[in-house]
Write a protein that binds this ligand. Structure first.
Ligand SMILES: O=C([O-])[C@@H](O)[C@@H](O)[C@H](O)[C@@H](O)C(=O)[O-]
Ligand SMILES: [Mg+2]
Length: 418
């Protein structure tokens, strides 16, 4: 199964004004869709970030993979490492330190996922079977809540409405739970004074008793503030995600609060694992195959976490259905996944590059797609529309900070802020 062609297509889709510690989401989110085609006529799909620096590397690497067998992922990785060189891409500041190694893993990921898609199709089995087989038939996801404006400035309000206080956040949770059946909730914090976010979290706890809750301020609090918030939310949070920057800061907080700390910021490449484990900085790692180097490498990280007693959940940025399918296959094959995964899917409001039908939410969980490979097919019309949107939207890299400064010129994304 020799790779004869690779298509790399950047796409843009509408995104609501979701607030976070770095700023606010722009009206368009970007992704890159990768199609790997073999001499036997099989096509595999991958999805990754759409920022221009990363897209350029993905394009360069696509050229050096022609002629490789889809089973030869070690060779694929070596060629990509040589091509990516020292480049560091995607610096939006919400997924931790950017390193050379992490850039290689990020670029490798969509090609690896596409290769597994092809191998699954060739063998007539779903990707979950190539990862060791399913330990669950459906993967639970959480209601991923954001503070948000009613709509982008100058545009009509979107269907989700404003969420700028505890009532708005509870209303948003009710909508997501009604529409998707989620049984866990995550609130993206780091936007308002910590006391306001404590109040919103407590309001969620009262409105949805017994539903596991997380709060994620993206490392915008000092160690002292994190300890204070952690103590006030004792018995309320399932875990507190990235309250403060760095492994040392997280370790100082972890020693003083009752709930586990989770991260997708201070442990983001293999080299971060030994110091974080030694310092007891985290209790939960949020996996993300987009930057841990594809599905197989991420599964290896999951095994390591089992060895060292770390619990697992899954991180998400704005994404489309190829990513949701890949995340679902991986999570379905991960025995030690302990919490519902994050997903931005509801915020995409039905926009997708995959044909409808293969992916659905049942009681807050996505059943593993039934077909061979990833089990999703590209909707070529939708791809063409979203590619056209990419060409005309004027966004070439995610920059939540600059976008927020257009409306709040004094905003700074400094850390820690409180
Ligand atoms: O989409 C966002 O605004 C999120 O804040 C995202 O960028 C983060 O990477 C992520 O969801 C997180 O858990 O930190
Ligand atoms: Mg996070």
């Amino acid at each position: 199964m020799i790779i004869t062609q690779i298509n790399v297509t950047p796409v843009a889709f509408k995104d609501p004004p979701l607030l976070n510690a770095a700023g606010v989401h722009e009206p368009w989110a970007l992704r890159t869709i990768v199609e790997v085609i073999t001499d036997e006529g099989l096509t595999g799909l991958g999805e990754t970030y759409g920022d221009l620096g990363h897209l350029t590397k993905v394009r360069e690497c696509a050229e050096v993979l022609i002629g490789l067998d889809v089973h030869a992922t070690n060779q694929m990785y070596a060629r990509i490492a040589a091509t990516v060189g020292d480049a560091v891409s995607d610096l939006h500041g919400l997924t931790g330190a950017a390193t050379k190694e992490k850039s290689v893993d990020r670029v490798f990921s969509p090609f690896e996922v596409a290769s597994l898609d092809i191998r699954g199709k060739a063998a007539g089995v779903p990707v979950v079977d190539l990862l060791g087989g399913r330990v669950r038939d459906a993967v639970p996801y959480s209601a991923y809540l954001f503070y948000k404006w009613a709509g982008h400035p100058g545009a009509e309000p979107d269907r989700f409405g404003a969420a700028l206080d505890p009532e708005g956040v509870v209303e948003q949770a009710s909508l997501f739970i009604k529409e998707y059946g989620f049984t866990s909730i995550k609130l993206k914090g780091g936007v308002f004074e910590p006391d306001q976010e404590i109040a919103a979290t407590q309001a969620l706890h009262e409105a949805f008793p017994g539903v596991p809750l997380r709060l994620d301020p993206n490392a915008v609090w000092s160690v002292d503030t994190s300890i204070r918030v952690g103590r006030e939310l004792d018995g309320v949070l399932e875990y507190l995600e990235d309250p403060t920057p760095d492994i040392a800061g997280m370790a100082a907080v972890a020693a003083q609060v009752s709930m586990p700390l989770a991260t997708n910021m201070c442990v983001v490449t293999p080299e971060h694992l030994p110091p974080a484990i030694a310092a007891r900085a985290i209790g939960v790692l949020l996996l993300d195959h987009h930057y841990w180097g594809g599905l197989v490498r991420t599964a290896h990280v999951a095994s390591l976490c089992e060895t060292f007693g770390l619990e697992l959940s899954m991180h998400s940025n704005s994404h489309l259905g190829i990513s949701l399918a890949a995340m679902t296959h991986l999570a379905a094959a991960t025995p030690n996944l302990t919490s519902a995964c994050d997903t931005h899917t509801p915020w995409q409001n039905g926009q997708d590059v995959v044909a409808p039908g293969a992916l659905s939410f049942v009681d807050g969980a996505v059943p593993v797609p039934a077909g061979p490979g990833l089990g999703v097919e590209l909707d070529r019309d939708a791809l063409a529309v979203m590619h056209e949107q990419y060409l005309t939207c004027g966004v070439t890299a995610r920059d939540d900070t600059t976008y927020l400064r257009r409306f709040e010129p004094a905003f700074t994304a400094e850390r820690p802020r409180w």
